[in-house]
Design a protein around this ligand. Structure first.
Ligand SMILES: [Zn+2]
Length: 66
């Protein structure tokens, strides 16, 4: 049975609950009984490819002058 992270939409309470997949939509906040949304882990999602990425070596500036 997987662990899911939830946050209450009413009071903001965050909690982790062990629920079967089919019970996920029925989860309510243990504090106030309000509706909750599922929080997804931050793994792999927060990829910032903005400034200063040197993954492509040709445009890195080191040894590029011949
Ligand atoms: Zn709540």
């Amino acid at each position: 049975m997987p662990n899911y992270d939830f946050q209450c939409l009413e009071c903001g309470h965050k909690f982790t609950k062990l629920v079967p997949l089919q019970e996920k939509d029925k989860v309510r906040c243990p504090e106030c009984g309000g509706h909750v949304k599922q929080l997804f882990g931050s793994f792999g999602f927060a990829v910032k490819g903005g400034s200063g990425s040197c993954s492509s070596s040709s445009s890195c500036g080191f040894g590029g002058f011949s």
